[in-house]
Design a protein around this ligand. Structure first.
Ligand code: CP
Length: 306
């Protein structure tokens, strides 16, 4: 069974294969499974990009997404996530895409269910498909990761995007810098070096900005939005000091004029909407991998775990 739970579980070869597959889909590759495949998108936290782009990816591959509304599901009557997944498995769903506020929610599922689980974000933990689409966007720009300096800036401690990206970018040979208010530094993350924002601006080939994750900590900074922007944000003035070839990434949603000046969101350096476009192709590649593992694991009418 080919789950995708964290990128740290994938080898660099597997990651390269997924990126190559995503590029092929971007160039128009067609692929559909041999038989009807049902997929369910279980979002227990809000999402626009991830949820909608998974659904677009599923439809492009000819898969059949099953409508699932967490607020109207039997989870509201106390059904566990495990029983929800076993139910979907029993009625013939082959893969589930899950976003959940609980970090590592998949630990209780991964060995007990015979259905592919694709992690669409677990609390502050991991966001593997976001990371893959970030890698795809960086690779399109620079063709390599080795020797690149990637600055991840903002609410590092509560960001699953920072956690996923710092680990995989380090493995790929990039130099990861973190820049964050003291309150939101993550001392447990050993995959980056903290620098002040102006150093990050000057050295980065890729400036990856993060949203403040108010929903995870409810902390106020003691600063107004304007003060946060001036102190910790990518202002119009700071952008002028970036290297000539440097690009701007942001997983979005963006808080304009907080972590990034509104006028920079669609500036020449920005690849923010390109990231979203790439998200569809990356998710097609991830879904294909999951479906093929189910097809490959089915013998004599029974599914075998891989
Ligand atoms: N980047 C991202 O995960 O966006 P959504 O929360 O809208 O899915």
């Amino acid at each position: 069974m080919k789950h995708l739970l964290t990128l740290s579980e994938l080898s660099l070869e597997e990651i390269a294969l997924l990126l190559d597959e995503a590029e092929a889909f971007a160039k128009g590759k067609q692929w559909q499974p041999n038989k009807q495949v049902f997929v369910a998108n279980l979002f227990f936290e809000p999402s626009t990009r991830t949820k909608c782009s998974f659904e677009v990816a599923e439809r492009k591959l000819g898969l059949q997404p099953i409508p699932f509304d967490a607020d109207m599901s039997s989870v509201q009557k106390g059904e566990t996530l495990y029983d929800t997944i076993r139910t979907l498995e029993s009625i013939g769903v082959q893969a589930v895409v899950i976003r959940h506020s609980m970090e590592q929610y998949f630990d209780s599922l991964r060995n007990g269910v015979n259905i592919s689980i694709i992690n669409a974000g677990d609390g502050c933990g991991h966001h593997p498909t976001q990371s893959l689409l970030d890698l795809m966007t960086i690779r399109q720009e620079f063709a390599t990761f080795k020797g690149l300096t990637v600055a991840i800036v903002g609410d590092i401690r509560h960001s699953r995007v920072a956690r996923s990206n710092a680990e995989v970018l380090t493995r790929l040979g990039a130099n990861v810098l973190f820049s964050s208010p003291d309150e939101w530094k993550d001392e447990t993350n050993r995959f980056g070096t903290y620098v002040d924002l102006d150093t990050a601006v000057k050295e980065a080939d890729v400036m990856m900005l993060l949203r403040i994750q108010h929903e995870r900590h409810g902390e106020q900074m003691g600063l107004t939005k304007e003060q946060y922007h001036e102190t910790y944000g990518l202002t119009v003035e700071r952008e002028k000091r970036m290297k000539r070839h440097s690009i701007i990434l942001h997983p979005a949603p963006v808080n304009r004029d907080v972590e990034i000046a509104g006028s920079l969101v669609e500036c020449e350096r920005s690849r923010i909407f390109k990231q979203m476009e790439n998200g569809v192709y990356v998710r097609m590649a991830v879904l294909k991998r999951a479906i093929e593992s189910v097809e490959g694991g089915m013998m004599n009418g029974y599914y075998f775990k891989k």
